[in-house]
Design a protein around this ligand. Structure first.
Ligand code: DQA
Length: 145
């Protein structure tokens, strides 16, 4: 079974209590449960990784091939808009990567409109709340089949 690494960036550990008007009341644990159900449908297995630290995310991406992953589903959170290091890591590993966001980043503050990751990702899904992850997983599973 193909393995997918699910990466969540900074402050996403606070989902459910963090700015609920924007991000909703669903916790990261609940999103991971949704994904686990969807993974069964798509016959892929998942590993979950969350970090508030840019370097830890870069390190984890750098290990994907050695750890046998076929794809990355990532919500880089605020690092979406700032991290050349995460972008370079995604470009370096050449594994299909799908970027997801709970909120529609293009409808928010201007500084959120630009993603440094999107140009090296297969695509981006933004604005569907927890469903963004489920849609992203579906897309990724289709690519790596
Ligand atoms: C986010 C959007 C980012 O702009 C923000 O910094 C986040 C969450 C989202 O999922 O909507 O932390 O990635």
């Amino acid at each position: 079974m193909k393995r997918i690494l699910v990466i969540n960036g900074p402050n996403l550990n606070l989902l459910g209590e963090r700015e609920t008007g924007i991000y909703g009341k669903v916790s990261l644990e609940d999103i991971n449960k949704l994904l686990t159900v969807a993974a069964k449908t798509h016959q892929v297995s998942l590993e979950f990784f969350q970090s508030n630290h840019e370097g830890e995310i870069v390190d984890k991406i750098g290990q994907v091939k050695a750890e046998g992953f076929s794809g990355i589903l990532i919500n880089p959170a605020a690092y979406t808009h700032t991290s050349i290091a995460i972008r370079d890591a995604v470009a370096a590993v050449v594994i299909p990567t799908v970027e997801v966001h709970l909120s529609n980043i293009h409808a928010r503050e201007e500084f959120r409109h630009k993603s440094l990751i999107a140009p090296v990702a297969q695509g981006q899904i933004s604005g569907f709340g927890p469903q963004s992850y489920v849609l992203g997983l579906q897309a990724l599973a289709g690519i790596i089949k």
